[in-house]
Design a protein around this ligand. Structure first.
Ligand code: PLP
Length: 449
């Protein structure tokens, strides 16, 4: 397809995106699907970026946007955070990666263990997917059991054991109180999916019944305290307390996937609720924009990775695990995140959610907003969803969402395809107000259409 053809299909209005269209055309010839990340794909083509400056992004056609996505929540300081750049420049000169450990990984592990109350130790990997995978392997090794329980609709990355019940639909999701385990990707066998038990989010009675039935076979219960795909609805503290108590009583490992929710407080996600996980998988913000993942927890749960006495139960290596560039960026990022940064996120996040609710009410827009702290998500439904089933968009609703997201891009605001947004530390009330105006105009345009 020629780039002009692609561009003619573009229903973005009044915006020159010729270079993006052209690059997608070129990409399609040599990259399967045209680009390398499913989550950033949009029809007719994604926007290709060249530069990030603070809260802004510039695309290849010279358009400037407010970045309310921050590489899917990873860039907590936005673009070009000075301490991160300085530390990276220094590390570039010192060496990009070595076939041996560095002081940086010790320094970074100390920083993280100081912050998160229940961490004695951490291990570094290269992505959130890997971090989740290793928590599951460790849980299986520790318990000698195979089954994993997860929340309906929650996304935990691309590892087979957990790629279940991500996009199930009314036709296959089964009863609300006993959700079906539907494989997300082709190639996941039924027997593999059968080792993954799906829990109805925030519903204690039904969850207890499922857990009781499986308790002797369960290695782990993996949770996300603010699951994006399940609506970005916070976990109910009573539900969390129940899961914590049940797993402890039955020797099941409680894994907190904080790949996104680690940005919810100075001490991480589950700590915000006053609870401790047995193992935590985290990534995104701790890499300061570079690839990273990590597993953390009390020493006895981290034991499967210990190789000091011979082959560990769970061998974990990785050419780029704990590479000095990611460590350097991570240290500078986390050092620049104070308790006060999180207080500001709380205020600005509350202000953003309240302002959005206000414009929805004032303009009679059937929209709602969910979220917590620095993260929020807009839903094209009047009543905020309670979990995955209400947040799930049927095909027509998804088309409307696509149109809304593109209308926001037209108004210089970048959000995720599901309309997830997040704050970065350089953001102020002015940026939030600019975003809110964009949302109002985009919503009015979509509703008029
Ligand atoms: C909650 C959660 N877990 C795991 C992952 C996978 O992380 P990565 O994309 O770094 O592999 C993501 C990615 O968005 C996520 O949001």
């Amino acid at each position: 397809m020629s780039s002009s053809n692609i561009h003619r299909n573009n229903d973005l209005t009044g915006r020159n995106l010729f270079r993006s269209a052209e690059l997608f055309g070129r990409g399609q010839r040599v990259i399967t699907g045209g680009n390398a990340r499913l989550t950033i794909f949009q029809r007719p083509h994604p926007i290709y970026f060249t530069k990030g400056i603070g809260v802004h992004l510039v695309d290849v056609d010279g358009n400037t946007y407010l970045d309310f996505l921050n590489n899917f929540t990873a860039l907590i300081h936005g673009h070009g955070c000075r301490p991160v750049l300085d530390r990276l420049h220094h590390q570039l000169e010192m060496g990009i990666s070595f076939s041996g450990p560095t002081e940086l990984e010790v320094e970074f592990a100390e920083l993280l263990c100081d912050r998160v109350p229940y961490f004695d130790q951490v291990r570094f990997v290269n992505s959130g997917t890997e971090a989740v995978m290793y928590t599951i392997k460790a849980a299986r090794a520790l318990t000698g059991r195979l089954k994993i329980a997860k929340l309906e609709g929650a996304f935990h990355g691309g590892y087979d054991a957990i790629e279940v019940s991500l996009d199930s639909a009314p036709s296959n999701w089964g009863p609300r109180s006993v959700p079906n385990a539907i494989p997300y990707s082709a190639g996941i066998s039924e027997s593999l999916a059968a080792d993954t038990v799906v829990l109805p989010f925030n519903e204690i009675g039904a969850t207890r019944e499922i857990l009781e039935r499986n308790r002797d076979k369960l290695a782990a219960v993996i949770i996300d305290i603010l699951p994006q795909r399940a609506g970005l609805v916070p976990i109910d503290p009573t539900y969390l307390a129940f899961l914590r108590e049940f797993t402890a009583r039955h020797g099941i490992v409680l894994i907190s996937d904080e790949v996104m929710s680690f940005r919810l407080s100075y001490r991480g996600g589950i700590s915000r609720f006053g609870f401790e996980a047995d193992l935590c998988a985290f990534a995104k913000i701790i890499g300061g924009g570079l690839p990273i993942g990590a597993v953390g927890g009390p020493s006895r749960f981290m034991l499967p990775f210990d190789s000091t006495n011979g082959k560990p139960l769970v061998p974990q290596a990785g050419t780029f695990s704990a590479n000095p560039m990611s460590m350097a960026a991570g240290i500078a990022t986390m050092q620049s995140l104070s308790e006060q940064s999180f207080q500001q996120f709380e205020h600005l996040g509350e202000y953003a959610r309240a302002s959005l609710n206000e414009i929805f009410r004032q303009n009679r827009l059937p929209y709602s907003v969910t979220g917590m702290g620095s993260m929020f998500r807009i839903h094209l439904r009047a009543e905020a969803p309670k979990g995955y089933r209400e947040a799930h968009a049927a095909a027509e609703q998804q088309r409307k969402m696509d149109m809304f997201v593109r209308a926001l891009q037209d108004r210089d605001v970048i959000v995720s395809p599901t309309c997830q947004l997040c704050l970065s530390t350089p953001m102020s009330i002015d940026h939030v107000e600019e975003m809110v105006t964009g949302v109002r105009e985009a919503a009015q345009m979509v509703e008029a259409a």
